[in-house]
Design a protein around this ligand. Structure first.
Ligand code: FEO
Length: 386
């Protein structure tokens, strides 16, 4: 297992999780990587580690460059186990190494591993010399956990950004100009929508801090390293963090006997006539983490369900729970659905979209099977609301 050289004395030594398909509910159809980075200076420094089952792979890559027992500093930018999972084995190999982490990082690592390792706790803006280089640390709480921080090497102009700017892609290519940029963009967007989105306010602060740094490389903890598209991904993060939307509608629904689907198409027709782009997303056929990628930049979020046992359909409820937790902002919502003898399904959908703080269009429901006249009226009603 080879290391990949980024710059003189700076290497990628992470692990590739080729077969990962589920990252706590997020469909990772392209796998992922856990990126660890080795800086060979007077004090050999490792930045982050890997998931526990890829520890040998990481150690193997490091051993091409230095004996892992020579590591003096381990920067733990984030406690979550996809980045700290190799620490117990590593600290057996280099027990005198010092772990540099944030105040919350120390608490979190102690609570996870119950070990009395050497910790050096840093505050935001603090610097640590490792020889020719001085590393600077900036705390970035809630991007993605309270403990998160990023590490900047001014002499290399590299920002080690941990979860920020990541993408779940397993590939042997390491740099943005070696891989398909459209795929990197799609996966970076999916990553933001499914992991980073609730913390957009904190991301705006990170972007402010990043603007003060001279950055030629962004080295995240998942996926591809940015070097040719640094300003491009910073601009996208700015846009996503500011909740900017496209003039696009998503019609997300499930249906029992086809009536809710008829309503979905009548709504779609209204957007089409108004020349607003649409996506029809049947929940049976689309994973909710993929739907969230589209939610990130869509202006209109229409969600439909028939009534089943005085409730919305379970897959619609699951999607709405996921949506509400990720807290998208600056959206217009519309609930719709058919029912037999009780409109609880559409009422419940409407209530969740309102709880998401969306601007709402009046809900649409029909009893049993809507005829052509009812569908025309639905189209007209939605057009009038746009
Ligand atoms: Fe990639 Fe929050 O861990």
């Amino acid at each position: 297992m080879n290391p990949i050289k980024i710059l003189d004395d700076v290497y990628w030594v992470g692990g590739i999780d080729w077969n990962l398909r589920n990252f706590h509910g997020y469909l990772t159809q392209r796998g992922s990587t856990y990126n660890a980075y080795l800086i060979v200076d007077d004090a050999v420094t490792l930045i982050d580690t890997v998931k526990h089952y890829l520890t040998d792979e990481m150690l193997d890559r490091i051993a091409w460059i230095v004996d892992p027992s020579e590591i003096k500093y381990i920067v733990a930018n984030h406690v979550e186990m996809d980045h700290s999972g190799a620490l117990p084995r590593l600290m057996e190999i280099c027990p005198d190494a010092t772990i540099i982490t944030s105040p919350q990082g120390e608490k979190g690592l102690r609570a996870h591993y119950r070990k009395d390792w050497n910790f050096k706790v840093v505050q935001s803006g603090e610097e640590v010399s490792i020889g020719a280089r001085t590393l600077k640390f900036v705390l970035t709480p809630m991007v993605h956990w309270p403990d998160n921080m990023v590490c900047y090497s001014p002499s290399d102009k590299i920002l080690f950004s941990n979860d920020a700017f990541g993408q779940h892609i397993a590939t042997s290519e390491r740099f943005d100009d070696q891989f398909y940029v459209d795929i990197i963009h799609e996966e970076a967007m999916k990553y933001y929508a499914n992991i980073v989105l609730p913390y957009s306010q904190q991301v705006r602060k990170v972007l402010e801090d990043a603007a003060t740094l001279d950055i030629e490389y962004i080295a995240p903890s998942h996926g591809i390293i940015w070097r040719s598209y640094v300003s491009w991904i910073l601009e996208f993060y700015q846009r996503w963090a500011m909740n900017e939307t496209d003039n696009k509608a998503l019609i997300i629904y499930d249906t029992m006997w086809g009536s809710t689907e008829k309503i979905a198409y009548a709504i779609q027709k209204a957007f089409e006539i108004r020349e607003i782009d649409t996506s029809m997303l049947l929940l049976k056929n689309n994973h909710m983490s993929d739907i969230m990628t589209e939610v990130l930049t869509a202006r209109y979020i229409c969600v439909g369900s028939p009534t089943l046992n005085k409730n919305m359909l379970p897959d619609v409820a699951a999607f709405l729970t996921y949506l509400k937790g990720l807290a998208p902002r600056n959206k217009v919502g519309l609930a719709f659905g058919s029912y037999g003898w009780g409109a609880q399904g559409v009422n419940d959908v409407d209530a969740v979209l309102r709880a998401c703080d969306f601007d709402m269009i009046d809900k649409i429901s029909t009893q049993y099977v809507p005829d052509a006249k009812a569908l025309d009226e639905i189209t007209k009603k939605v057009m009038e609301a746009l």
